[in-house]
Design a protein around this ligand. Sequence first.
Ligand SMILES: CC(C)(COP(=O)(O)OP(=O)(O)OC[C@H]1O[C@@H](n2cnc3c(N)ncnc32)[C@H](O)[C@@H]1OP(=O)(O)O)[C@@H](O)C(=O)NCCC(=O)NCCS
Length: 167
Amino acid sequence: MPAPLIRPRHPEDLPACAKALYGVHEKDGYPVRWPADPQRWLTPDAILGAWVAADEATILGHVSLAQPSDTFAAAIDHPAPKLALVGRLFVAVDARRGGLASDLLSHAAQAARDEGRRAVLEVDANAAGAVAFYERAGWRFLRDDTGGWIAADGLPARVRIYLAPEA
Ligand SMILES: CC(C)(COP(=O)(O)OP(=O)(O)OC[C@H]1O[C@@H](n2cnc3c(N)ncnc32)[C@H](O)[C@@H]1OP(=O)(O)O)[C@@H](O)C(=O)NCCC(=O)NCCS
């Protein structure tokens, strides 16, 4: 069987992306609350691009890049137009530990470099698996912060911010 392909997301992929995301939400609580419009949630404001890992019509993984807010950028001392915020990264529950998230993350970080930007991300500090994944991928921890969403405990999420490797 051919390896899953990392390719740009097309608008017609969105229903299958939302379906894969629902399984992730049920297993991992990501996102914490199921959005009223998951396809809109997969298309954040100031989006720069989105990619999927696909096995023919089956969506196995997803990642997006967006320009962060000026507030976020100022907190890590970089101009927002030089940054690309990685988000909406997930791999379908049955497709994990095969390197798909690593491939998606590398792809997104390279797409950012190609646009003269540096990829950054924020991860829920309590998401131990995701934190381990980013550290294994060689991303550099910058700082702790408070995320712009409410965590499962009803308090503002505590996040860890990471910067992509230079190459
Ligand atoms: C985190 C996530 C994207 C990883 O996807 P994946 O395709 O399984 O990751 P990879 O196979 O590329 O993992 C590469 C390495 O990262 C580390 N890693 C990945 N998942 C891990 C976990 N749950 N616990 C500890 N280490 C992990 C391992 O070192 C792994 O290498 P190995 O399998 O040889 O041990 C996936 O578990 C997921 O979708 N989680 C829910 C959504 C989420 O938390 N997204 C991030 C939001 S910020």
